[in-house]
Design a binder for this molecule. Structure first.
Ligand code: NAP
Length: 200
């Protein structure tokens, strides 16, 4: 299949790129820097240009998205809006535009995370955004045109990212990022839709 992978240079994206390539898929990478195609998924016009450039791909896989990590008492309304834009509205816009452009068999694989189900200090915006994306996935699955499918991968923290998050995830069982990448293979190659693939 031809897959456009957004965020292919990140910790998760590199692993997803490897896993999909090993399965024989043709992966076109997209991000703000250092990818085949430039895209800023917070900008709808940039998403439109990306779809123009990639043409009728069979699958869209997202391994990008950013949210602020701040104590509730320090959150600003800009933090909340920034988190929603950075991971929820951006992914929803990829689906909204892609649904109208991609073939009837196309699939969308979005990214959420464990904060949707386990609260953590400083993680309220991440929780909000992950929960929003998961609710969207379930609802969009029954409205997508043709046989288009949509799923989300919802991992716990990656072993490879523990250094970044310090003690934030103390007591959580981290997983190797390749396990999350495998969930993308399941989502892209499988037949399921409207599901949240937990990786923990
Ligand atoms: N790391 C973990 O333990 C973990 C666990 C569960 C879920 N997640 C989720 O997985 C996703 C990826 O995490 P990660 O740790 O792999 O992040 P990362 O290493 O920072 O990589 C993020 C990737 O996304 C791209 N990107 C960021 N913002 C973008 C934008 N607006 N438009 C287009 N591309 C953009 C980045 O490239 P450019 O900067 O060049 O655009 C980069 O390739 C996030 O949504 C995160 O919440 C991560």
């Amino acid at each position: 299949m031809n897959v456009v992978l957004i965020g292919a240079n990140g910790t998760l994206g590199r692993a997803v790129h490897t896993a999909l390539s090993e399965r024989g898929h043709m992966v076109v990478t997209a991000s703000r820097t250092g990818a085949d195609i430039h895209v800023d998924i917070t900008d709808p016009e940039s998403i439109r240009a990306m779809y123009e450039a990639v043409g009728a791909v069979d699958a869209v896989a997202v391994a990008a998205g950013s949210v602020p990590w701040r104590p509730l008492g320090e959150l600003t309304v800009q933090d909340v809006r920034g988190g929603l834009e950075g991971k929820a509205v951006s992914q929803i816009e990829l689906v909204r535009q892609g649904a109208a452009r991609l073939p009837a068999h196309a699939s969308f694989t979005l990214i959420t995370g464990i904060l949707a189900r386990e609260p953590l200090l400083t993680g309220s915006v991440a929780a909000l955004v992950n929960g929003a994306v998961e609710a969207f996935v379930r609802a969009a699955a029954i409205e997508l045109p043709g046989r288009q499918r949509i799923n989300a991968v919802s991992p716990t923290v990656f072993e490879e990212s523990l250094g970044v998050y310090g003690d934030t995830f103390a007591g959580f069982d981290a997983v190797p990022v390749r396990r999350a990448a495998n969930a993308y293979v399941k989502a892209v190659e499988g037949h399921r839709t409207g599901e949240i693939f937990l990786v923990e």
